[in-house]
Design a protein around this ligand. Structure first.
Ligand code: A2P
Length: 336
């Protein structure tokens, strides 16, 4: 029996996430008949490889999605707002990596290890959550199911690849400029990112939190389908190329010891526990880069409260935090 194949479009194909989507479609042998690689007019005519062939990048326009079955979007929220509904009208199912539709009640916000059932109620668009949220909920879902999480306090240490390819270049360039005693020019970030930490990701909201911090609060509640969890976040950009790290403190309704948490997480889908302090082993961004798993370590009981835990959660933000999660959603859609 021949398997059904799909025509797939990648909007934002030349970007950090778009590029990874192309690699992961290949790696996981997603059944593709035709692939359309879309970007801005700046990239028109550029060639990218897929399946051993050079595919020409074309400009995204209102006709780009004719004949497409699955459209993977990672070209920023403005492009999603402009083109996603056109793609749906043309008959495609859109998996959108931007923040454009994540909190829309009719749009499922999905992490396959956590709420795959939500996919079934889509009306053409499925949203991929924010990278920091994805890795946190993959690790917290089994704990929430076992002992109910009452409160989460999270601080992130996020890599520059989350901002996109220009930010990767900015960190490289600033590093070279500093080593060569040249003046540092900040274009993507408001301050020097090399050898620095920026307690600002995205813009500030009225409550003095950043959009990124509020995404973690609101998206976590939507994905875990529990509006009662208290969550507070501080999101920090650090001079790391790939991999987001998070210090996560949770308070639970029932007691879970560190040993029990380690055991629970060892059996959790998509999670790898790395927690051998005698061997100085704990999750590291440089080791998580290019891997699929969410790595969890430094699992300790919070000794300042009766029922609480501290965890260190690390994952490749471009893979599980974005491209891989989107393609896992596509795999569920097509039933593989
Ligand atoms: P391009 O490379 O032509 O600018 P990143 O998140 O890594 O910065 O990548 C953003 C992606 O979104 C790139 O593929 C980029 O294409 C694409 N993009 C940016 N602006 C537009 C636009 N106006 N129309 C279509 N694609 C766009």
């Amino acid at each position: 029996m021949s398997i059904k194949r799909y025509s797939v479009a990648v909007a934002g194909a030349t970007g950090a996430v778009g590029n990874e989507m192309i690699s992961i479609l290949e790696e996981r042998e997603f059944p593709v008949t035709e692939i359309k690689l879309l970007a801005s007019d700046r990239s028109e005519g550029k060639k990218l490889e897929f399946g051993g062939k050079d595919i020409t990048v074309t400009k995204t326009d209102s006709n780009s999605f004719n004949g497409i079955d699955i459209a993977l979007f990672s070209a920023g929220a403005d492009r999603s707002k402009e083109f996603a509904s056109l793609a749906v009208k043309a008959g495609a199912i859109v998996i959108d990596n931007s923040s454009a539709f994540r909190m829309a009640p009719e749009v499922p916000l999905v992490v396959p290890e956590v709420n795959p059932h939500a996919i079934a109620r889509h009306k053409g668009i499925i949203a991929n959550p924010n990278c920091s949220t994805i890795q946190m909920v993959v690790a917290l879902k089994p704990i929430h199911d076992a002992v109910r999480i009452k409160r989460i306090v999270v601080s992130t240490y996020q890599s520059v690849s989350g901002t996109g390819k220009e930010a990767i270049e900015e960190l490289s360039q600033e590093t070279r400029d500093i080593f060569n005693c040249r003046e540092v020019k900040c274009q993507v970030y408001p301050h020097q990112i090399a050898f620095n930490c920026l307690p600002q990701i995205d813009t500030f909201e009225e409550n003095r939190y950043t959009k990124e911090e509020m995404k973690m609060v609101n998206e976590t509640r939507k994905i875990l389908e529990d509006d009662t969890i208290a969550i507070t976040a501080t999101a920090v950009r650090v001079p790391v190329f790939y991999g987001h790290s998070e210090s996560v403190n949770i308070e639970t309704e029932k007691k879970l010891t560190a040993d029990e948490a380690r055991e629970l997480l060892s059996n959790a889908s998509g999670v790898k526990v790395v927690d051998n302090i005698d061997a100085l082993e704990y999750p590291l961004a440089v080791k998580a880069a290019s891997k699929d798993e969410v790595f969890v370590g430094r699992i300790r009981e919070d000794e300042s409260i009766e029922k609480g835990l501290n965890l260190w959660i690390v994952s490749d933000n471009i893979r599980k935090g974005a491209a891989l999660n989107a393609i896992q959603i596509a795999e569920i859609l097509i039933g593989v």
